[in-house]
Design a protein around this ligand. Sequence first.
Ligand code: K7E
Ligand code: CUA
Length: 618
Amino acid sequence: MKMRGTGTVLATAAGIVVLGLLAGRCAPSAPKGAKKGGAQSDIAAAAMKVYVAPGDLDEYYLFSSGGHSGQIFVYGVPSMRHIVTIPVFTPYPGTGYGFDDDSKKMLGEFTWGDAHHPALSETKGDYDGRWLFINDMNGRIARIDLRDFKTKEIVGPIPNVSGNHASSFVTPNTEYALMGSRFSIPIPKGTVAGIDKYATEYKGVVAGIKIDPQTGHMSLGWQILMPPFDYDLGDAGKLASDGWAFFTSYNTERATGKLEVTASQRDRDYIAAVDWRAAEKAIAEGKGDTIGGVKVLDPKKVPGVVYFMPCGKSPHGVDVAPDGKYIIGSGKLAGITTAFNWEKVQTAIRNKDFTGDEDGIPVLKYESIKDAEVPVGLGPLHTQFGPDGYAYTSLFVDSAIAKWKLGTWEVVDKVPMSYSIGHLCAAEGDTVSPDGKWLVGLNKLSHGRHLSVGPSQPESSQLVDISEEKMKLVLDAFTEPEPHYAQMVKADKLHPIEVYPKEENKHPLAVWDVKDAGLTRTGSKVLVKMVEVRSTITPTDFEVKEGDDVTLAITNIEQTTDMLHGLGLLDYNINVVVDPGETKTVTFKAKKKGVYPYYCTNFCSALHQEMQGYMIVR
Ligand code: K7E
Ligand code: CUA
């Protein structure tokens, strides 16, 4: 979400004693946030907490979304050091992503994505370290394999889901990744209806993308036709509420034009509660109507799959507590967040405790399903959880994080964020067993807290120590655009490989011996099997004819950690990076006569500079 400049209330930097800490060590001036005297011991204590000595490893991985950069950025916590970038929806020359045949095909026609919500795969509601999913506003979801930190699959654009923001939240056993349309449109795509027909002819859709439990492969699951609201965020129920999915919606006014005015008329919007097991069953029984080539359930014809829970106006996040008993949803312009009691929701459904309906979807009675309105502060957006019944809610307007207790609803602490926090991420804070310890605030603004870099300013992420009663801000980090959500997982849950074992390489064009490298021609199609190993690219030269279709199949036959090789081909816009044990192909037309050098782009040995060759085009 971009809310830059709207009602921003800046926190007073003077109130924050420990920030600016590391800057203070190497900058000529004293850290802005640090007070004289007594604060020094706080600074030292904070420094000790976040300091990861050279050669030591962080305790957690933080997977932070890259927003409209289309990537995922991986940080270590508590150091907040950027470790690696995982390219997902956008080409990334650093790893050759989007240049070789397979990744180019996966990206399709897109050169960008808008990726907001990473979701680690779960088993019984806990991160299992297998996969990472992330949404793209362009109706897509990607799957990254955490065995090698590579994007393996992108599905979509999925029909009927327009502006896939309420995504990619997964269910507790990774049965589904959620999708929801932020923008209602006439469906199927391509249908035209004027804006004056918005209230009746535009439709929203919420959906579940099915995930194969063995392979992680994604396919269409269920879709539900919804009134033309803007479906904003989602979360899967767990334990007590397992089998359900929740989506916030705004603009239940069905308004058009300046939504900042027109969509804030009503006091309440809704959280949609979807019984996804019922939806799954109804789809299996063939109860859907085909729209855009996909079976879509109409709640009028399939009662019981979806209910509306009224919520403070214009809600943003919806977050399910670790035991699944509370659903937390906030009107983002309000000063309170509402804790809905799942038991009461079920009772209200059973008793048909409805106040009306929206296009056939029953609306539950707010008073019957809420347990508390917690006075967290202004502009509540998102909530994460600790291990001890505490909840942490980000406050965009107050630019702070509130800590409060589930059950007693008492707000016990607040820490200012610099500035304008969106999401927040606690260690395993959306699982059935949150770790506590660390929390990262993902802020929209960073002004004045870093060396000036001109008008394109970075966003900031701030590390908060939540191991004690009082929250303590301990570190500033600056992030690539644009961190929306992030997830933090204990490092020992992941077991990545560092080379691709030779015996697993089943690529049909792989060659493991330089003797097998070389060129074969079939008509105007030329295949060059290449071997890369320190410090030669074999063949060291090859000849093709102008107009040939050339495929280079490059195998890096190293089996040693870190021994990556690249292949840059000058004037042909070709840049491939091949990891140890990997084979990649790149196909192009030899449309320019002449002599074109190629070389290894990835520094690999003392003789890296000798790793080169020539393509001669006659
Ligand atoms: Cu709050 Cu896209 Cu989840 Cu931005 S979203 S903050
Ligand atoms: Cu191989 Cu540089």
